[in-house]
Write a protein that binds this ligand. Structure first.
Ligand SMILES: Cc1cc2nc3c(=O)[nH]c(=O)nc-3n(C[C@H](O)[C@H](O)[C@H](O)COP(=O)(O)OP(=O)(O)OC[C@H]3O[C@@H](n4cnc5c(N)ncnc54)[C@H](O)[C@@H]3O)c2cc1C
Length: 502
């Protein structure tokens, strides 16, 4: 009986679903033969064309796709799902796909929020989850070498058990992988001290579209010509598939200091945090919440009512942490910060992986999303105010709020959250695109950069020319050189899949 039920549940009629990006799909001739060839490379158990599997890989965590799912719509449909276990197998799949001009989409945990892993042109999904081994840990060098399909939490648990941390703790730690981090140039919550993934990775192996395998060996630094390796970090699977990487690790911190202050304006909170960094003090965590987010996350904190909450975590060697805490407090008080104690930071630790608000809105037909951008300090307040101003007058918008969670002596990453209901005359996608246009244009007009850490995917590709200027022409030429048949994750970065104005 159970067996019968299982079989029944796997039957899906995909014809019943509206597919949003169906116009882009590339028709594959002789699918049966391609499937046989894939099975020849991987074994029959590691290849699927079952409709239930195709459906599972039709979307990523781009929040609009949640609204679509509730309405029985799919973002896009792949043709084959594959689960390779060896680099040589990935190389063979790419050789076949390159010969047949079939799109290939590396797919890790599908937590991209910009459509990075949506198979907009169909093709072969390479699911990286079997690339999950920890290959080596080296205490003397403070490095760990792992396969890139490894889940983030599994990596951090392994390191913690041995007395280390990678220092890379994105909010999606439980649902993302090293490969996805490298592809999207991810940033973790402790990034102000430990750096972003590009600061943490030391070397890696990558398979090119023609199946060739390159190895960039881990080394603390070198002076050996242009840094070709950096080209693959942030390439979102469009230039190669990264199969293993060596990362920096750190001994687990001896002490943690939890600090929070509230400020009367976003400008004062910027001044305090900027001046902490000018002292060469890098709290692992700094998070500024604007007044709306302060109300949302810290409604019980009396001293933060109607104000801007800032939480800090300083960690590391005890003596250094004590000094960092002292200077952090001095700077906050210099800009009239009010000490709110440890509790708000404990609350942040308790809730930092909670994202229930994102899934609670689609059932009410509310479209919710987040857009993170970057700015130098002298433009940061302008970027923040301009985005709020422009979004607040957009028809259908119900909320626009922000927090700032990645800090540099020279600037910040600002993270906007917005929600709204499409006006009658617009489809969900049109409203979503309108909101994205409004935020990104406001950021560009105020001198910011269009993304801090979520990447380009589908959502931002039509602003790439504006962001990169003349350099975009050369980036496209490099793509063409490395992937002349445009098989690697097509429809992203270099394409205008949304067909919006340039
Ligand atoms: C709730 C939530 C919280 C989040 N928090 C953060 C955060 O704090 N910081 C942050 O930076 N991001 C965050 N994100 C975004 C997301 O987790 C990151 O973009 C993450 O890096 C994606 O990893 P993934 O393993 O899920 O990759 P996927 O979504 O599967 O793939 C992402 C991209 O990487 C490519 N890719 C995957 N593996 C490889 C590989 N081995 N080689 C080459 N290309 C590859 C894919 O083709 C795709 O283009 C969050 C997302 C969610 C849903």
């Amino acid at each position: 009986m159970l067996k019968y039920l299982t079989i029944k549940l796997r039957i899906v009629n995909l014809d019943k679903f509206e597919v949003i990006y169906k116009e882009n799909k590339i028709k594959i001739q002789d699918k049966k033969r391609i499937k046989k060839e894939l099975e020849g490379i991987l074994g029959a158990g590691n290849v699927s064309t079952e409709e239930i599997d195709l459906m599972a890989y039709s979307k990523d965590a781009t929040l609009l796709t949640m609204n679509w799912t509730i309405e029985g719509k799919l973002a896009a449909l792949p043709d084959f799902i594959t689960w390779p276990e060896k680099t040589s197998e990935i190389s063979d799949i790419l050789k076949l796909a390159n010969k047949e001009k079939i799109p290939v989409i590396p797919y890790a945990e599908g937590s991209s929020v910009v459509g990075g892993s949506i198979p907009v042109k169909g093709g072969i999904i390479i699911d990286m989850k079997k690339f999950n081994s920890i290959l080596n840990i080296n205490d003397e060098n403070l490095t760990v070498t792992v396969q890139t399909g490894l889940n983030g939490m599994n990596l951090e648990r392994f390191l913690n058990a041995k007395g280390y941390t990678s220092g890379h703790i994105p909010q999606s730690l439980y649902t993302s992988s090293l490969g996805g981090w490298l592809a999207h140039k991810a940033a973790g919550q402790f990034s102000t001290k430990y750096g972003k993934i590009e600061d943490i990775v030391m070397g890696f192996e990558v398979v090119l579209a023609n199946g060739e395998i390159l190895n960039f060996h881990p080394i603390p630094r070198n002076s050996t010509g242009p840094q070709l390796d950096k080209l693959f970090i942030g390439a979102e699977g469009t230039l190669g598939i990264i199969t293993k990487a060596t990362l920096k690790i750190w001994p687990k911190p001896e002490k943690r200091a939890l600090i929070s202050y509230s400020f009367s304006s976003i400008e004062d909170s910027f001044a305090a945090t900027r001046n902490i960094l000018r002292e060469h003090i890098y709290p692992a965590v700094i998070r500024i919440y604007d007044d709306s987010e302060t109300e949302r996350h810290f409604e019980d904190v009396e001293k933060a009512k109607g104000r801007i909450m800032v939480v800090f975590v300083c960690e590391g060697n005890k003596k250094l942490v004590d000094l960092e805490e002292e200077i952090t407090r001095l700077k906050c008080e210099e800009f009239n910060g009010i000490d709110c104690g440890e509790r708000p930071v404990e609350h942040w630790f308790e809730t930092r992986f909670r994202v229930t608000e994102t899934s609670s809105m689609p059932p009410y037909k509310i479209i919710f999303d987040t857009i993170e951008v970057a700015s130098l300090w002298d433009n940061a307040a302008k970027v923040y105010h301009k985005v709020l101003e422009d979004m607040n007058v957009l028809k259908g918008i119900l909320l626009i709020t922000a927090h700032i969670s990645h800090f540099y002596p020279n600037g910040v990453g600002i993270y906007f959250s917005w929600g709204g209901v499409p006006p009658k005359e617009m489809t969900e996608l049109e409203f979503y695109q309108e909101a994205w246009d409004t935020v990104i244009n406001a950021v560009i007009d105020s001198g910011g950069s269009i993304s801090h850490h979520h990447g380009i995917g589908i959502n931002r590709s039509h602003w790439m020319k504006k962001e990169w200027g003349n350099a975009m022409k050369y980036l496209s030429k490099i793509k063409n050189l490395l992937d002349p048949n445009d098989i690697l994750n097509p429809g992203k970065i270099y394409s205008n899949t949304w067909k919006r104005g340039e």
